[in-house]
Design a binder for this molecule. Structure first.
Ligand SMILES: [Zn+2]
Length: 262
């Protein structure tokens, strides 16, 4: 099983899990064209589609992709239909057996949207727009408490878990993370590496849950430096990890408003 990034739209990654037999499972095809090109070039066939949430940059390519390929494959997602396409609805605890035999478990991770799910199995995690490298998704629907819980749940997975978020936001996120913890040498080191990768037009992803605990402010609310920075910004003491998380998330909304408008 290999996992390949298909860059799409402005800064999305559509992930392709490809089995040894050339069957591709496509995660969040926001745009059909790059997926069609990828499958054509590599002589892969489409096995299934996984959707994490209903935002257009994650689902926009589903109907055109199935239409163009004239394919009937299972489409999994946290809703029942998408235009003319029937979706196999998934929820917390759903188990999906892919044609390759690999099993993925669904985690309900509300907060970015109320319907958001993540797919997890075989040491891999597809968190959609809930967890990014060095950051987390914006809270658009539901409650900030939900987003906090969801991010902590993903952070509680095995440290070796490889996470494949849906956007290349790493450098913008690291700019914020560095401003919070200027003395964190792991952030500085990772930022240097990510800058080099982006200069070569390479993806900074996947990341690992273990790495995120070292560099992601939203998983570091227990760190004294993060707490001090959040309290300084709030102008008052913040006692609970959730209060620190909420302060960071609202602060970040203004810090990089443009990068995260979707
Ligand atoms: Zn989204």
């Amino acid at each position: 099983m290999t996992v390949t990034a298909i860059p799409a739209l402005l800064d999305n990654y559509i992930w392709a899990l490809v089995s040894e037999g050339g069957g591709a499972v496509i995660v969040d095809p926001g745009h059909a064209d790059p997926v069609v090109r990828f499958l054509d070039q590599e002589h892969y066939h489409l096995d299934a589609i996984l959707l994490t949430h209903h935002h257009p940059d994650h689902i926009g390519g589903v109907e055109p992709l199935l239409g163009y390929l004239n394919a009937r494959v299972p489409v999994y997602g946290p809703f029942t239909a998408l235009g003319q396409v029937a979706i196999e609805p998934v929820h917390e605890g759903s188990r999906i057996v892919l044609p390759s035999g690999m099993t993925l478990t669904v985690m309900a991770v509300p907060g970015h949207t109320t319907d958001h799910v993540a797919y997890h199995g075989g040491g891999l995690l597809f968190p959609g727009d809930t967890l990014f490298s060095a950051g987390c998704g914006r809270q658009f629907e539901g409650r900030m408490e939900d987003l906090f819980e969801s991010v902590q749940r993903l952070g509680a997975l095995e440290p070796s878990t490889r996470a494949y978020p849906a956007h290349e936001y790493t450098l913008a996120n690291l700019a914020f993370a560095s401003s919070l913890e200027p003395d964190n040498h792991l952030i500085a080191q990772y930022r240097g590496q990510a800058q080099k990768q982006r200069m070569q037009n390479r993806a900074t992803l996947p990341t690992t849950i273990g790495l995120e605990h070292d560099i992601n402010p939203f998983l570091r609310t227990a760190s004294a430096g993060i707490r001090t920075a959040a309290e300084r910004h709030a102008g008052r003491p913040l006692r609970q990890p959730f209060e620190i998380f909420r302060e960071l998330r609202l602060w970040k909304d203004h810090f990089t408003a443009q990068e995260e408008s979707r």
